[in-house]
Design a protein around this ligand. Structure first.
Ligand SMILES: Nc1nc2c(ncn2[C@@H]2O[C@H](COP(=O)(O)OP(=O)(O)O)[C@@H](O)[C@H]2O)c(=O)[nH]1
Ligand SMILES: [Mg+2]
Length: 312
């Protein structure tokens, strides 16, 4: 099985709920209408929004569809299916250098609210990089709870990576400072930084993140930088709001969408790329070290819309 097929199959089974909903919703619209009219577009709109694609993105997708229908003189609703899928894919372009950090000496700063899956994702990412024989260091800069450091330590052991941490309640910026020093001294390929999702208040958290960023800028200017915001896909449109907030304090370079194996409505991946202009780089599809996948927008949209028979 090629990696792409694996990705597709996994998504297909992971996204069963959303997929069944979107696919059957779409198909009943395409077959239920005998002509392309306002009602037809209204129903498509409703189905897309229900799938978490978001209002704005849905509008853009449908505008494109309308244009294509006009240009190509399409008359049959069923002929819109491919055009619709095409329009959705067009909302999701990802830049070519999305995974450059894996090949460079880099610092990956991982942010996001509590419980979205930051620590788990760092563990998985460390595992992936170690499998490529990279030297990986983890920075346990979530010093807010002792359990957070212990949890990351377990992942470090699992992935066979080194971890730099601090005492509970210690200054997370100091942990970052130490971790950068260690990464430089030991010629690490990638430094992965775990952060807290909550401090005493939001202002505090945002200030702390900025401070950590400044330390990396100052102490490790030669490193390639990647700032990934982790979002829980099952929280739907809330995830979008979180990404917007974090984007105000950090230059986010990408998104990791976790819990795509649960009841997530996959449309959120489309909404993020379209509305925020941020690429989804990985998706989490479970709780084990292997459950992190590179995100391929085309494959993803195919997984959302094609029936099993189409995939053969
Ligand atoms: N099903 C599933 N669970 C996940 C995934 N990623 C993380 N989790 C779970 O989500 C919970 C919170 O994860 P954690 O990494 O501690 O979140 P953090 O607070 O952001 O560091 C844990 O129980 C993880 O096992 C995923 O992709 N799929
Ligand atoms: Mg954590």
């Amino acid at each position: 099985m090629s990696e792409n097929q694996g990705f597709f199959q996994r998504l297909v089974s992971g996204l069963t709920k959303t997929r069944d909903h979107i696919v059957s919703g779409m198909d009943s619209i395409f077959s239920g209408f005998s002509q392309i009219n306002d009602d037809f577009y209204d129903e498509l709109e409703e189905t897309l929004i229900m799938g978490d694609i978001g209002v704005r993105t849905t509008m853009e997708i449908l505008d494109q569809l309308r244009e294509k229908v006009k240009e190509q003189h399409i008359k049959e609703p069923t002929d819109c299916r491919e055009l619709l899928i095409e329009s959705i894919k067009e909302q999701m372009g990802v830049s070519e250098n999305a995974y450059e950090f894996e090949e460079k000496t880099s610092v990956v700063f991982v942010i996001g609210v509590n419980g979205v899956g930051k620590t788990t994702t760092i563990g998985k990412l460390a595992g992936k990089l170690r499998a490529q024989d990279k030297k990986v260091i983890l920075a346990a800069a979530d010093t807010f709870r002792a359990a957070a450091g212990e949890q990351l330590k377990e992942w470090a052991n699992r992935a066979q990576a080194e971890m730099i941490g601090g005492q509970e309640g210690s200054d997370p910026a100091a942990v970052i400072y130490d971790a950068v020093a260690a990464a430089k001294a030991r010629h690490a390929d990638v430094l992965l930084c775990d952060t807290a999702g909550r401090l005493h208040n939001k202002k505090n958290l945002m200030e702390e993140l900025k401070k950590m960023n400044r330390i990396i800028d100052r102490e490790y200017p030669e490193a390639y930088r990647e700032t990934l915001v982790v979002l829980d896909a099952t929280t739907g449109q809330n995830a979008l709001a979180q990404a917007k907030e974090f984007n105000e304090v950090a230059d986010i370079t990408g998104v990791i969408l976790t819990k795509m194996d649960g009841s997530a409505k996959g449309g959120i991946a489309v909404a993020i790329q379209s509305e925020l202009g941020l690429p989804v780089k990985y998706i989490g599809v479970g709780e084990t070290i292997d459950d992190l996948q590179k995100f391929d927008a085309d494959e993803f949209v195919n997984a959302l819309f094609y029936k099993d028979s189409d995939a053969d």
